[in-house]
Design a protein around this ligand. Structure first.
Ligand SMILES: [Zn+2]
Ligand SMILES: [Zn+2]
Length: 333
């Protein structure tokens, strides 16, 4: 019989289609016969030496041989840093000027890498850059929410293979963040505890859904994962906003993300994926009820009419089996 599970953090229900469920190894992407990427691509705007092809740089992490990570403005921004935040109300309709910022993080000077193939130090450089920009963007009082995200591969929303991610600073709090905040407040009111801390404690006791544990972070498949190999990485220390991360935690998050993305890359044969880092709204301080975290979603299954019509997902994998599969993937030395 199929089973419905509820995600306590989002209150979303998901159908775990146990009868239709595929074994974890059935999700391994078939090998594609494509030539490997070159280290340098002459017409790629993100390759080293092609800096003139990008517009306004907002940050650069310097290394021994030039830059290690660069942040530039998105050429086709969803939000612009110029102007005031102005709301318009016209009857039942409302609109707002699209102020904010939309930046691209060029994660490496090399064209042929991806986070799963980075060294831990390279991953840490990217995370340190995220923190630097988060702190910078947060100072802008027009900014209400900052989302860090990555699209890897075409079905995750990018056609540019050069490793990059994005940071969007928005003048509003998106509904998804607001809903999570409200659920977290409700849980805190009832239980007197952060729902994320509670979840983490229970997952560590149960252990069936744990994928990888490091000193300061725990990666696991949520009990009500929305899709196959949907994964969360929680910091063990309760803190609401990503930019509060300490240096030694950044080093450990780099190890954790590098390992988990490596397991996905090698175990499932480099599927497309998105990751994002979720925090409390930018102008809120530390809150007892909200806990920042990383979510990783391999784009293995397609959403269809059922998801659009109901807002509910059908997951054709069993979270405990997916976690066991990833736990057992060994990374090449
Ligand atoms: Zn490139
Ligand atoms: Zn917490």
């Amino acid at each position: 019989m199929p089973e419905l599970r509820q995600n306590i953090i989002t209150r979303e229900w998901v159908v775990i289609a146990k009868e239709r469920a595929q074994r974890p190894d059935q999700f391994v992407r078939p090998k594609k016969n494509i030539p490997p990427l070159p280290k340098y691509q002459p017409d790629c705007p993100f390759c080293i030496g092609n800096e003139h092809l990008t517009i306004r740089e907002t940050y650069r992490l310097i290394g021994d041989e030039g830059w290690k990570v660069r942040v530039v403005m998105n050429k086709y921004p969803a939000l612009s840093p110029e102007g005031d935040r102005v709301r318009h109300v016209d009857g039942i309709y409302r609109s707002m000027t699209g102020v904010g910022s939309h930046e691209v993080v060029i994660e490496s000077p090399r064209h042929d890498l991806c986070p799963a193939l980075f060294s831990v130090q390279e991953m840490q450089d990217v995370i340190a850059t995220y923190r630097q920009r988060y702190i910078g963007l947060k100072k802008d009082r027009r900014v209400e929410a900052i989302i860090i995200f990555k699209n890897h591969g075409e079905s995750a929303g990018t056609s540019l293979p050069h490793p990059h991610s994005q940071i969007a600073a928005m003048p509003i709090v998106p509904t998804q963040i607001r809903n999570r905040m409200e659920e977290a407040i409700r849980f805190f009111d009832e239980m007197g505890e952060c729902v994320f801390c509670r979840t983490l404690r229970l997952e560590l006791l149960d252990r069936h859904r744990i994928v990888f544990e490091s000193e300061h972070f725990v990666a696991f498949i949520p009990y009500a994962a929305l899709s196959p190999f949907h994964l969360w990485i929680f910091p063990r220390r309760h803190v609401s906003s990503f930019d509060e991360i300490f240096d030694w935690e950044m080093q450990d998050l780099a190890l954790n993300m590098n390992t988990v993305l490596g397991k996905i890359y090698h175990g499932l044969n480099d599927p497309d994926y998105n990751y994002s880092i979720r925090s409390v709204p930018a102008q809120d301080g530390n809150r007892e009820y909200f806990h920042w975290y990383v979510t990783i979603i391999p784009r293995i299954s397609k959403t269809a009419g059922f998801e659009i019509g109901s807002g509910m997902y059908i997951n054709t994998s069993v979270p405990e089996e997916s976690a066991a599969f990833l736990r057992d993937v060994n990374l090449p030395k």
